[in-house]
Design a protein around this ligand. Structure first.
Ligand SMILES: [Zn+2]
Length: 352
């Protein structure tokens, strides 16, 4: 985990205000429920109790919006989206994303994890496509591996699906409440790059014969998963693929994250594929140079041996430069560096 600076008293004040608001609201709702249990809906006591609930104004979530927060997140994550590793400053402002939603959880009546709204551990920089709900073209992966169409119109097998995290926060196990504030009972089904190692749950499709920057759930032993999993509660639109992930013993956290964040949306796959093509071009160049060097070394005793040696030296320098560049692409500050590292691991094996 990277060290993070703690925020200042503005955050503490906001938390104090929110705590007071939710305490008051809980009490007002309980009073209303008690009145409704014994009195008619138009009874003045019930009406007054309902007014008391409505009159409570929730304090605004302000601290997390501060520019200083954005600046620190940009530095910590090298300007990349925490979920898809896209370099966002080039195209759009960052969304400061609450891993555990602050204002309510989709498809539940949960209040949201408002007590974590100012907690650094809960804040991540996200591109707008990973964070906001939107319709995207995504591949149908459950049949066969798809291809990118050459006219850039999409995948050979595709569908339109709404992706983006929004207020989604699917879990297994009991959800933390504002009273308990105990998140340790939750098995979160969304990857948190500060807590999880994405490489345990996600695998990039690296096939030099068919380059396409897809990401897939990785085989996983299911550690931490309960024996019975209520899949009907998990993103019903992706139920088929989630069932398949469970059946094939793939990471459920990986599968749910891919679909929720939209990690295989068309634009993202096209961008990752461009990076894979660059890597493949450099790999082929290195291999060609190595083959040419071998041929020149055979002519070691030829009349032009000295000239050959000079050429070999220059070719070796070119190989070094190319490999150095490939390694630069795998550094954390580079877009899609996790995928690049996976490609380079294969490259080393292919060179042997
Ligand atoms: Zn993203």
């Amino acid at each position: 985990m990277l060290p993070r600076k703690t925020t200042v008293s503005a955050a503490d004040q906001e938390l104090t205000d929110l705590t007071a608001y939710f305490k008051e609201k809980t009490a007002a709702l309980e009073t209303l429920a008690r009145a409704r249990a014994t009195l008619a809906a138009d009874d003045p006591v019930v009406i007054e109790a309902a007014k008391a609930v409505d009159s409570l104004k929730k304090p605004l979530f302000k601290t997390y919006r501060k520019n200083s927060v954005k600046t620190q997140l940009l530095a910590l994550f090298h300007g990349k989206c925490a979920y898809c590793e896209t370099f966002y400053p080039a195209v759009a402002p960052v969304d400061v994303e609450h891993y555990r939603p602050k204002g309510g959880v989709k498809d539940t009546d949960h209040t949201g994890y408002w007590w974590l709204a100012m907690d650094w551990e809960n804040l991540l920089p996200s591109c707008i496509h990973c964070n906001r709900l939107n319709e995207h073209i995504t591949p149908v992966l459950s049949t066969q591996l798809v291809e990118l169409r050459s006219d850039h119109s999409g995948f050979s097998k595709q569908r339109r699906a709404t992706t983006g995290k929004g207020n989604h926060f699917p879990i297994l196990g009991p959800r933390a409440t504002q009273d308990s504030r105990d998140c340790s009972t939750e098995y979160a089904l969304l990857l948190n790059p500060c807590r999880d190692d994405p490489q345990e749950h996600l695998a990039f499709h690296v096939d030099c014969e068919k380059l396409i920057g897809l990401v897939l759930p990785k085989p996983h032993d299911g550690a931490g998963l309960p024996e019975v999993i209520p899949t009907q509660d998990l993103l019903p639109e992706f139920k088929g693929e989630i069932d398949k992930a469970l059946e094939d013993k793939l990471s459920l956290r990986g599968a749910v994250s891919i679909h929720t964040y939209g990690l295989n949306r068309l634009g993202l796959v096209q961008d990752r594929t461009r990076v894979l093509r660059q890597l493949a071009f450099m790999e082929e160049s290195v291999k060609d140079l190595c083959a040419m060097i071998l041929k020149l070394e055979v002519c070691r005793n030829a009349p032009c041996a000295d000239e050959n040696k000079r050429i070999i030296k220059r070719m070796e320098a070119l190989i070094d430069r190319t490999v150095r560049h490939m390694k630069e692409m795998a550094k954390p500050q580079a877009p899609y560096s996790t995928m690049v590292r996976e490609y380079l691991a294969g490259f080393e094996k292919r060179l042997v």
